[in-house]
Design a protein around this ligand. Structure first.
Ligand code: MIC
Ligand code: SF4
Length: 644
């Protein structure tokens, strides 16, 4: 039987498990890791706690790209901490200003056929050059840096077959939005999305990377493209042709589901507030007034995207009612824009050019006006994420963003006239001066780790007792994102290494009284709907509830990375066997689960609602390793005990 691309890479990296059993536990050898600063401080504290001297991966890179707004000492201190840990432990350090982790990793470090895990949910961007790249919690990344395996459930395989060619003003972003329209934000859960078909050849690496990046919004384990001549040309332009290897699926590879998309039939699409799968045609919203337009983020900040934007802005002026920001994805992109004059076109049109960083995407500045309409080329439009709770954020292609910036309203970009024809250079401008190599191994012991007062101890979980008696401290609905559980943004992000402070904002979007109530209740259980914990990889969405006493989350279903983070933190993710039982449980009820230890192994538990007498069956299919981890109190306790 033939293999898919992902199966070929899994086969070459399999340490444990049977990859022919989809849904079974597999352990993979990890070649590369990446961290960003908002999740990195915690990941490196965990690495230090593991007592390892040097990383054991082929390449590990620490990026500073999220917390670059230094409005106090906190972020700068954290940058210094990460820089010093990186130097000591053998990790490359990408300085603030060098760019967004996924864009820079694709440019400078990604290698087709290798495995990568990153403490950021958009790590699958690397799938654009045929890497098998996963978003993961910081603890999993720390374990991988220490040479440990990465455990996942062997995913199903979804193939998206592309035919035809995109029409002018229809873009890779529209392909992602079409996939979201078809599959929804839950449609990729438990699956790897593999893109194939002759239409793939018409897509450049930056376009492919836009698409694999937004596979995260499908909830997919990861997404991947073949590695072909287009990949080779991209790597050659980066001066790294020697890392190229071709990769394709076998003719007789078996997929669980095949979806066909004819690129030539697509139209410009737009995701409406507040979910990336709330997709309609741009033309259907024609005339909606727009207050703000933001171009950039790890989804759409490549040189290719930026050159198109500059060409469309050339000689024109942004509407006076619109504020336009542009954040190029990397120093390489910005420098090339500057050299060819495209930057001047942007500035002359009235754009506010921001630093090469995540910026507005994570609410780091540029929050919209109250009730404002913001069109963004980003990947997430969750409620409140922009920093303005009542803002309405729409997700669009760079072309559609420019059309709105120029006209002041949602406009079909096809009305802009001729589509820009962008020539990509055969060689990119290579300057790695902002990537600092680590100290040589024999000098590492002399490097002092610089710890500022913002770095606090992370909470340690206690083992799960055999009986859990707890209050239902919060009941929430479907599609709760990690941005609901642990909001980000300029005011809170600087405290990512200060869990006690961060805890004051836990679930603030849903219920501001939650932290106080949870602390007062002692042990707590949170009840969620389906796809609980979708979105980011931030393990803070597990560590903060842990600090507030949450011992279990009961939900209709869970998002993959968040479920893994809960287990790593020693919190049990338990699924309602009958989703309708959700209605039997009310906030404030006293709950009890007996026989937790046996249940962790058997996969079944019963939750008793002591307030109303209801008995609710729970399904908890954990692997042996996960069950043991939960019993012992999380991944760190497990790693210590097993010496893994
Ligand atoms: C995001 O886009 O939500 C983030 C911010 O990049 C997160 C990581 C974090 O919360 O630090 C992600 O995607 O994992
Ligand atoms: Fe940064 Fe936004 Fe990408 Fe997250 S989604 S890594 S915040 S640019």
């Amino acid at each position: 039987m033939g293999l898919t691309i992902a199966e070929k890479i899994i086969q070459a990296h399999l340490i444990e498990g049977d990859m022919t059993v989809r849904g079974g536990d597999i352990a993979l050898r990890i070649d590369q890791t990446l961290t960003q600063d908002a999740t990195g401080t915690m990941a490196y504290l965990e690495l230090e706690a593991m007592g390892i001297d040097r990383v054991r991966t082929e390449r590990s890179v620490a990026y500073i790209d999220h917390n670059t707004l230094q409005s106090g000492f906190e972020n700068a201190d954290d940058h210094r901490y990460i820089q010093s840990v990186a130097e000591k432990y053998g990790i490359y350090f990408s300085r603030p200003g060098n760019g967004i982790c996924h864009q820079v990793h694709l440019e400078r470090f990604g290698v087709p056929g290798k495995t990568l895990i990153g403490s950021d949910s958009h790590t699958p961007t690397g799938g654009g050059i045929g890497m098998l790249a996963f978003g993961a919690g910081g603890m999993d990344v720390a374990v991988a840096m220490g040479g440990g395996a990465y455990h996942i459930t062997m995913p199903k395989m979804i193939r998206i077959n592309l035919t035809g060619k995109l029409n002018p003003f229809v873009t890779a972003k529209d392909v992602s939005l079409e996939a979201l329209r078809i599959l929804s934000v839950k449609g990729g859960v438990g699956a790897i999305v593999e893109w194939g078909g002759e239409g793939v050849l018409t897509l450049s690496v930056p376009e492919r990377a836009t698409i694999t990046n937004m596979g995260a919004e499908l909830g997919a384990t990861t997404s991947i493209f073949p590695s072909d001549e287009v990949t080779r040309a991209f790597l050659a332009a980066e001066g790294r042709e020697e890392v190229y290897t071709p990769l394709a699926s076998d003719e007789d590879a078996v997929y669980d589901r095949v979806i066909d998309i004819d690129l030539s039939t697509l139209e410009p699409l737009i995701a409406c507030p507040h979910m990336p799968d709330n997709v309609v045609k741009v033309s259907s919203l024609k005339g909606t007034k727009v207050d703000q337009v933001c171009i950039g983020s790890c989804t759409n900040s490549s040189l290719y995207d930026m050159l198109k934007v500059a060409a469309l802005l050339r000689g024109k002026t942004v509407a006076k009612t619109v504020s336009l920001s542009i954040s190029p994805g990397s120093k390489q992109v910005l420098a090339m824009l500057s050299e060819c004059g495209a930057l001047t076109d942007m500035l002359s049109a009235g754009a506010r050019v921001l630093e090469c960083a995540c910026g507005p995407c994570i609410g780091m500045g540029f929050s919209p006006n109250s009730g404002g309409v913001s069109l963004r080329t980003f990947n997430r439009n969750f409620e409140g994420r922009s920093g303005t709770k009542d803002a309405k954020v729409y997700l669009v292609s760079p072309e559609c963003a420019v059309a709105a910036a120029l006209t002041g309203e949602i406009t079909d970009p096809r009305l802009l006239g001729d589509a820009p024809v962008v020539e990509m250079p055969a060689k990119f401008r290579i300057d790695d001066s902002a990537i600092l190599p680590p100290a040589p191994a024999d000098k590492a012991k002399d490097v002092e780790v610089l710890r500022g007062p913002n770095i606090k101890e992370f909470p340690r979980c206690r083992p799960q007792e055999d009986t859990l008696s707890a209050e239902l401290v919060l009941k929430v609905g479907d599609n709760i994102t990690t941005d609901h559980i642990m909001p980000a943004g300029a005011k809170i992000l600087p405290y990512r290494s200060n869990i006690p402070y961060l805890s004051k904002f836990c679930f603030a979007v849903c219920d501001e009284s939650f932290p106080e109530r949870a602390l007062a209740a002692g042990d707590g259980i949170v009840l969620g709907g389906s796809n609980y914990g979708q979105g980011s990889s931030r393990e803070h969405a597990a560590l903060v509830p842990l600090y507030l006493g949450v011992r279990a989350v009961v939900a209709k279903s869970f998002a993959r990375i968040h479920a893994a983070n809960l287990i790593n933190a020693g919190i049990m993710p338990l699924t309602l066997t009958n989703p309708d039982d959700y209605d039997k449980l009310s906030q404030g009820d006293r709950l009890r689960i007996d026989g937790v230890h046996a249940g962790l192994v058997s996969g079944e538990m019963t939750l008793v609602d002591e307030t109303n007498g209801a008995r609710v069956p729970l399904t908890c299919r954990f692997t042996e390793r996960q069950a043991e981890m939960l019993r012992l109190g999380g991944l760190l306790a497990y790693t210590k005990e097993k010496g893994e």
